[in-house]
Design a protein around this ligand. Structure first.
Ligand code: B1M
Length: 229
């Protein structure tokens, strides 16, 4: 959203800075997002708050207007690009905690689904919490998940789906694990905007994670439970 008066970042209070980030994310202004994230870091705002109150809050508005037919795919792709530019700056800060390795996880978006911002975020937060994470990207088949699970000897499989049409594929992966007798050997955590606890229970995932911090809590909880067994 353009403003006739030039905006001087240092003159904004924190709330105004977050609102500007939301506006610029909406407009897909990646360079501005980079400046604003850096300005927020200069103010010692914690990276997780910059992520949630600036970037994720901005993407929520994009999502509403996308749903309502106000924004279309090209604009949303620009917003996603701006979001990734901001996340790239925050990534090392969210990841480098020096925490001891808790376990190994793979994470990816299910077949037919190319949304990756949410799972990238979970991936970063898991790394920050001390997990070794292998992000296998988007559009993953059963074979992709199983192959990565074996390759990295994963304790956790994380699956993401953003579409009501792709979320049922999670059940295909879990059912295949069961058929192969491998379900008990791995923790399955699922997430994505259209999911719910009831859905996760129904497909027999170990847990539904509403957001990245719940994904961290769930990973820690289930890894601790496994160690006690
Ligand atoms: Co899409 N899209 N999109 N899209 N898109 C949604 C999901 C939609 C809800 C928009 C809407 O209508 N309001 C809608 C789905 C409707 C439905 O199924 N009910 C939709 C649609 C319809 C589509 C297309 C079909 C549009 C079209 O082509 N006509 C198409 C599908 C393409 C495909 O996948 N085959 C499409 C395309 C796209 C873009 C390419 C333009 C772009 C994706 C870019 C990218 O990801 N690289 C895009 C975007 C950006 C969105 C919205 C606006 C934002 C998603 C996002 O990144 N959110 C989205 C609307 C919305 O969700 N509000 C929308 C920010 C992110 C941080 O949140 O992903 O929810 P989220 O992740 C959270 C949690 O869910 C959780 O933690 C994350 C962090 O807190 N979480 C996990 C996520 N995964 C997890 C995995 C875990 C744990 C937690 O594992 C353990």
């Amino acid at each position: 959203m353009d403003d006739e008066k030039e905006i001087v970042l240092s003159e904004l209070n924190n709330q105004e800075l977050f609102e500007l980030m939301q506006d610029d994310l909406y407009d897909g202004y990646a360079a501005e997002i980079v400046e604003e994230v850096n300005e927020a870091l200069r103010r010692n705002i914690i990276p997780y708050d910059i992520l949630n109150q600036g970037l994720v809050a901005g993407m929520d508005i994009v999502g509403e207007d996308f749903r309502d037919g106000i924004l279309f795919v090209p604009e949303v792709m620009m917003a996603a690009k701006a979001m990734k530019a901001g996340m790239n700056i925050l990534r090392p800060l969210l990841v480098e905690t020096g925490a001891p390795r808790l376990g190994t996880a793979i994470i990816g978006t299910v077949k037919g689904d190319i949304h990756d911002i949410g799972q990238n975020l979970v991936s970063m937060m898991w790394e920050g919490a001390g997990l070794e994470v292998h992000n296998i990207g988007t559009n993953n088949s059963v074979e992709d998940y199983l192959g990565a699970m074996e390759k990295y000897n994963a304790d956790i499989i994380g699956m993401s789906a953003l579409l009501t049409t792709t979320m049922p594929y999670m059940k295909v992966v879990i059912d295949t694990l069961k058929e192969m007798g491998k379900r008990d050997g791995v923790i399955v955590l699922v997430g994505g905007a259209p999911l719910s606890e009831a859905f996760a229970e129904d497909i027999e995932a170990d847990a539904y994670c509403k957001d990245a911090s719940e994904a961290v809590e769930a990973a820690k909880k289930f890894l601790a439970l496994r160690k006690k067994l």
